[in-house]
Design a protein around this ligand. Structure first.
Ligand code: GUN
Ligand code: ZN
Length: 439
């Protein structure tokens, strides 16, 4: 019988056990000074004081990271791998940006080699930024999903993805049909859902690009497979909302279109959701439909200012998202900074507690995968990051001036970027060995 090896990682352990709320007097977090986690078979075996874990597991291999923080890997609740080459495209708003840059770039993903190259570059970049889980849009092409899942499976990642569905209002070269979409979804679900740590997420792009029949079919699949997920876009931009009204004149609201076809619920997440009525928010809270808050994208495309405190007041699960390529950075620190600035518009300064919660356990809860990832509870998958809070001269100087943990986290969230991620671990293994190339 093979005896499983135990590894200990030492450092300042920081994670959340519950939502810390929106105020500075936060609870729900745990900080273990001079601490450690023990990992076995890719799972968290124990966490505690460094000396205690050394005594408990005297034969364990030790990885010293004293002076660094060890946190659960970041969770990006909404991102488009097929938009890697679209990032930083100048001057547009949503519908024009889709036509001008995004749809042409997505056409190339019919090609297997291109899809595979971009999937690997995307995953490299994600891991380099400490993001260990993401809910990912590919394109309408089956090849784009195959390439992504293959690359993610090879790296043992817990990610969600699913074929983009769109059967109208897009260029003919990107269009599917109700029946081709159903057939592709079925074969992809059977092949990939639950393989390794992969999860299938039905992906109707957004209401304008699907017929009622296609949304109906998506709802039927979601109910036929009780463990798959659903991701889409909602109420991002005022022109988009007007368009949805024209396309679905009998619906009460944009959200109501999705509700009508049974697409809401605990396994569903909608990106943006910037412009919602209080009735919409009440419904999302009631049935626990989640929102992916995409601050850099909402600012870049001039879409609007998402009001986090309103969403929280309605008990809607919220996660943070980069939304590459409408979003402008792979860094969750930069994304937290943008979220902070957006909340300032609403006169609700985003605490570091809430920002890091949204990027870890909050994201896991929003995606309905918190039984597996999001914090260091015993038995959860050991996806974690090593953060060097003094990775740059400015950060080092400013960090040393801090006195409280809250100040430390705030400095990190405002000044951090990929340079502070000194290690990304997937199921206890260093992911740097899996990086394929430079972006
Ligand atoms: N709405 C529909 N498709 C997209 C997309 O690719 N990006 C963003 N930001 N919004 C969308
Ligand atoms: Zn998106």
């Amino acid at each position: 019988m093979q005896i499983s090896a135990i590894e200990i990682f030492t450092g300042e352990i920081f994670h959340f056990l519950a939502n810390p709320g929106l105020h500075s007097e936060a609870s729900g977090w745990e900080w273990i000074d001079d601490g450690a986690i023990a990992v076995c078979d890719g799972k968290i075996l124990a966490r505690g004081k460094r000396t205690h874990l050394f005594e408990t597991y005297p034969d364990a291999k030790v990885n010293e990271h004293r002076g660094c923080l060890i946190m659960p890997g970041f969770i990006d609740t909404h991102v488009h791998y097929a938009q890697l080459d679209v990032i930083a495209s100048f001057g547009s708003t949503l519908l024009d940006w889709l036509e001008r840059y995004t749809f042409p770039a997505e056409a190339a993903f019919e090609n297997e080699a291109h899809a595979s190259l971009l999937a690997n570059l995307f995953l490299d970049e994600m891991l380099r930024n400490g993001i260990t889980t993401a809910s990912v849009f590919p394109t309408v092409h089956k090849t784009s999903v195959e390439a992504f899942f293959e690359a993610a499976f090879a790296r043992n990642l817990r990610v969600l993805c699913g074929k983009v569905m769109m059967d109208r209002n897009c260029p003919a070269y990107l269009q599917d049909t109700v029946s081709s979409s159903e057939k592709d979804n079925l074969s992809l679900i059977e092949k990939w859902h639950g393989k390794g740590r992969l999860l299938y997420s039905l992906t109707p792009r957004f209401a304008p690009t699907s017929t009622a029949q296609q949304l109906q079919m998506a709802g039927e699949l979601l109910h036929a497979y009780p463990t798959i997920h659903l991701q889409s876009h909602l109420a991002e931009n005022v022109d988009e909302i007007r368009w949805v009204k024209e396309l679905f004149p009998t619906s009460d609201s944009y959200l109501d279109v999705y509700d009508q076809f049974g697409l809401l619920g605990e396994r569903s997440i909608f990106a943006h959701s910037v412009h919602l009525s209080s009735e919409d928010k009440m419904l999302m809270g009631k049935n626990q439909t989640a929102i992916a808050f995409c601050p850099t994208s909402n600012l870049f495309l001039g879409s609007g200012f998402f009001d986090l405190s309103q969403a929280v007041a309605h008990q809607i699960p919220v996660g943070l998202a980069t939304d590459i390529g409408g979003g402008t950075s792979f860094s969750m620190f930069r994304t937290m900074t943008a979220a902070y600035k957006v909340q300032q518009v609403h006169r609700h300064a985003l605490t570091a507690w809430q920002a890091f919660y949204l990027s870890t356990l909050g994201g896991a809860k929003a995606l309905g995968i918190d039984a597996h990832v999001g914090n260091f509870e015993i038995g959860k998958e050991a996806d974690f990051i090593i953060i060097n809070p003094e990775a740059t001269p400015l950060l080092s100087r400013r960090y040393q001036l801090t006195q409280t943990l809250e100040e430390k986290l705030f400095v990190l969230m405002m000044l951090g970027d990929d340079r502070v991620i000194s290690g990304t671990y997937i199921a206890g293994k260093n992911a740097s060995a899996t990086l394929t190339g430079d972006c």
